[in-house]
Design a binder for this molecule. Structure first.
Ligand code: AHR
Length: 486
């Protein structure tokens, strides 16, 4: 029998709620058709924002939403997206060859965040913008009412009170679409962009563009250059990691199932290795890791709407990847401060798919719904003792604690084996447990507009015996335990 031993005495750190964040970009069907349907649409909406999306997001405590990109951010001029919607300029080719109507801008984004109780995280334009434009965007968002011309402009556009945006990204993927900078050039730009930021009493959280995956050269050269002149604030060091290319989104073999889960687990290596590297420049670890884009990126082919660039259907395999990755972040709660799954809707590792009046939640949504219990808790040590396949243990997961409750999330990556497991609390006794389980006999299972409930969470009841639980994990499953201690 396998076992899981939870040790509440061994604490790792507080799980930042921002680990459970999302990413939205002006690309394909994310903003237009996904989030924004327009006030005059027959699709139910609140102030132009899709109602079914708002309702479902509220179920998962979305904590933070990153916008407007991605690559789009480094071509976006924020003044294009304010004022009378009908008079806003239309721009071409800001991600691919489409026209951007600018109907969704700063005010619409803040409204969206407020409707779902999420903090806004705005990525500024370093690629084609200026330090002044960046600073003025902050002023527009955060200056107290009527104190400056930009604050007045914000009031005239419908928001007298400031938006109080705390999280600011200084560009996106500076090593690539964000300007193809060398690390040295970007370090100089970072300093310039952050030297004179208006705070208005709200400490800003500035996020610098870190590497593509685990690129040591980028990190090392950035910090060497950055240290050559006065240092401005860096609060977060972001990196992006997508796993992919193991079969298609829906068509994959058993071997490709394990291959992709192995690739997803590489996230843990990146976190450890970038953290170690940061210690050379920031020994006290004031700078935390921000994984502001991650997920599975499958070869194209499952777009439901041809205009939805990078739209892909998510199966049980993607749900397992979401579970594995969130567990990694929880286990490294001392290092990772924020993560933003790419992307929220109609793009890559989505939680939702929408096409005009159709809307469906993917298996990834249920993972977020289960895992929200970890937000703000103390991450605690947990050991998984189970057999291995393809050099991965069958069972992996994380645990957290709040008062007399322990929350345990577990993936069983084996596609055929059920695993009987004893769950033990070190120096503790289990009084009650409620278990939510996401499982399906078919590893390719996914939800569609026609069959929206193929993959859903089920609640399972198990009585503890002598303060322990014995539970059989279904093959290819993600489970969440809410445990009350004696
Ligand atoms: O998420 C899609 C794209 O992937 C983003 O625009 C970019 O930042 C990344 O390369």
């Amino acid at each position: 029998m396998a076992n899981i031993v939870i040790d509440p005495q061994k604490t790792i750190g507080t799980i930042s709620p921002y680990i459970y964040g999302h990413f939205t970009e002006h690309i394909g069907g994310v903003i237009y058709d996904g989030i924004w349907v327009g006030e005059d649409s027959s699709i139910p909406n609140i102030n132009g924002i899709r109602l079914s999306l708002i309702e479902h997001l509220k179920r998962i405590n979305p904590s933070v939403i990153r916008w407007p990109g991605g690559c789009f951010a480094d071509r976006y001029h924020w003044q294009d997206g304010i004022g009378d919607r009908n008079l806003r300029p239309r721009r071409y080719g800001r991600w691919n060859d489409v026209t951007e109507p600018n109907h969704f801008g700063t005010h619409e984004f803040i409204e969206f965040c407020r409707l779902v109780n999420a903090e806004p995280y705005i990525a500024g334009n370093v690629g084609t913008g200026s330090a002044e434009e960046f600073q003025q965007w902050i002023e527009y968002c955060n200056a107290p009412k009527n104190t400056t011309t930009l604050a007045e402009m914000r009031g005239n556009n419908g928001s007298i009170e400031p938006f109080n945006v705390k999280f600011w990204g200084v560009g996106n993927e500076a090593w690539g679409c964000g300007g193809n900078f060398t690390p040295e050039d970007y370090a100089d730009h970072y300093r310039q962009f952050t030297t004179w930021l208006p705070a208005y009493g709200l400490p800003l959280y500035c996020i610098a563009c870190g590497p593509n995956g685990d690129d040591h050269d980028w990190t090392r050269r950035f910090f060497q250059q950055y240290a050559k002149a006065s240092r401005t604030a860096i609060n977060g060091w972001s990196f992006h990691y997508y796993c992919g290319s193991a079969g298609g989104a829906i068509d994959f073999t058993s071997a490709q199932w394990y291959e992709l889960l192995n690739k997803a687990n590489y996230m843990e290596k990146i976190i450890n290795s970038q953290w170690e590297l940061l210690a050379e420049f920031d020994p006290q670890h004031h700078i935390k890791l921000i994984v502001d884009e991650w997920g599975a990126w499958h070869p194209s082919g499952t777009e439901i709407n041809p205009n939805h660039l990078f739209e892909q259907v998510s199966t049980m395999r993607d749900a397992l990847i979401a579970g594995l990755t969130l567990d990694i972040f929880n286990r490294h709660a001392d290092k990772v401060y924020m993560s933003n799954i790419a992307q929220m809707i109609n793009n890559l590792h989505s939680l939702f798919l929408a096409d005009e009046n159709k809307f469906v939640v993917t298996p990834n949504f249920y993972v977020y719904e289960m895992y929200k219990c970890h937000q703000g808790n103390v991450s605690i040590n947990v050991e998984f003792n189970s057999s291995e396949i393809d050099e991965m243990p069958y069972l992996m997961g994380s645990a957290s604690m709040k008062d007399k409750m322990i929350f345990l999330t577990v993936t069983n990556i084996h596609i055929a084996d059920s695993i009987e497991t004893e769950i033990i609390i070190n120096e503790g006794s289990i009084k009650e447990a409620v278990i939510a389980e996401l499982a399906n006999n078919d590893i390719h299972a996914h939800n569609t507009f026609e069959n929206p409930y193929e993959v859903v969470t089920k609640i399972v009841k198990t009585e503890p015996r002598n303060g322990k639980l014995v539970f059989t994990f279904k093959p290819a499953s993600v489970s969440c335990f809410s445990i009350l201690l004696d």
